[in-house]
Ligand binder design. Sequence first.
Ligand SMILES: NC(=O)c1ccc[n+]([C@@H]2O[C@H](COP(=O)([O-])OP(=O)(O)OC[C@H]3O[C@@H](n4cnc5c(N)ncnc54)[C@H](O)[C@@H]3O)[C@@H](O)[C@H]2O)c1
Length: 523
Amino acid sequence: MNEGTSRIFCSVCREYGRKHRRNPYGNEGSRNMQMSALEEHNNSLLHKEALRLQMASKDKSLPIVERPIYVKPLMSKTAGSIVEAVFRRDPHDVEFIQSVQEVVHSLEPVLVKNSQYVHILERLLEPERMIVFRVPWMDDKGEPHVNRGFRVQFSQALGPCRGGLRFHPAMNLSTAKFLGFEQTLKNALSPYKLGGAGGGSDFDPKGKSENEIMRFCQSFMDELYRYLGPDQDLPAEDMGVGPREMGYLFGQYRRLAGGHFQGNFTGPKIFWSGSSLRTEATGYGLVFFARLLLAEMNKELKGLRCAVSGSGKIAMHVIEKLLSCGAIPITVSDTKGFLLDEDGFDYVKFSVLRDIKVQQRCLRDYLKSYTRARYFENAKPWNERCDIAFPCATQNEIEQSDALNLVNSGCRILIEGSNMPCTPQAIDILRKGKVLIAPAKSASAGGVAVGELELNHEYNLMHWSAEDFESKLQEMIKQTYEKSIKEANNYGFPKDSPEALVHGGNISAFLNLAQAMSDQGCV
Ligand SMILES: NC(=O)c1ccc[n+]([C@@H]2O[C@H](COP(=O)([O-])OP(=O)(O)OC[C@H]3O[C@@H](n4cnc5c(N)ncnc54)[C@H](O)[C@@H]3O)[C@@H](O)[C@H]2O)c1
């Protein structure tokens, strides 16, 4: 029998479809198979949504959705129906649906091999618990305000939840679900027995006084504390939440819940990163991951040009670690634009940059000290000549045109700091451009590792040194890398293919979760 493949094309979604075995009954039979697959696709909700958006963009009287749902290239019937069920349940959860599509796409060979995983995956895609609550607070003038708080405890199948809190005006339930889902897989890929959660608030800490931030954090915790605890869920940092906010959140948590959990707490650092390497860990881990990938290619980081986006906790610690490895970080960015220093930052320049950030000044101020540098307003750093890209700002920060720029600017490795930094269209371009992608699920899991070390009783007794932490972190990063490569190989993705780590990581994490869920009666 001819084992070749043929493909179908949907002119609305503008994507090539699922591969078929070539029909043994000749061209006519093959055409029939293609037609029935196309018909099946045309009847799917995802296709109908694409059609609706296409019409809305032509007919100005129809409302246009701000960020339309991207319809992934046609999947197998099973995978497509899993995504469709998620879409049908919550059609407006754009970020969540995007991350589900990416993961389901990776899992297609797993679902084909063993159909019992279909039900487990369907179960997994519905969060265990979603908490949405009111957060009232007073500003310094005595004016009342109300924000919305979220915590999505996505899965506790492997252990108690861990996951970030994000304070950002664009925060919503879809983002909390997407962050919780990504964190669940990230934790499942780590060597620790942990569940995953995500959450935060649409509160914007920018421009608020210390007292306003403290009052907000206290009010936020007034509601959330009842769902937290070391055996239940412990929050961590994410965008807009750093050591200061974690300190205020922990203080209020301790006041409200301390009595309930006496004996369970191993110390005040329980989820307060006041004096450990928790804040540094994610950024450092990204650089360790890059070093590991390069070592596999018999290369080193030294002398490589690195484009970094963002200038927050992750980005700044990436730059710090890149400098110590002899690499050349050349950019940082924020919501207003990006800063380029063609000669690269060094330790002295980095301290100038750090002062600018601490004083919350504009990145442009760097030019006052270093006139050869340039600042580009409303632009992203992906058009600059570089070997490695470290997106460390926010989801979907790399769009199709940015991916094209990256490929053309010589970038060969992309290390994801932010969760889901690339749009699906960007991933297609990167894959075709043979850019190796290190997914956030494995590369940015450093925070999870150090969080667990902090909780470790041994650590509290022994006060590990920074070197001890770093070697533990490197060990953990290596383990996630090896697990991802192993499953990529098992499911036929060559080790050096651009998405081997993405698919291998998703498969390894899912199999770990699926085993636990199945053992527990799937619950
Ligand atoms: N903090 C953690 O422990 C952690 C762990 C894993 C992943 N992440 C992810 O890393 C990313 C950065 O987190 P962080 O903790 O550094 O946050 P942060 O709040 O400290 O910094 C975020 C940075 O991104 C910039 N930024 C935000 N939106 C942007 C946009 N639309 N365009 C350009 N720049 C933008 C901000 O100006 C800021 O410099 C997030 O996507 C987060 O989910 C964080």
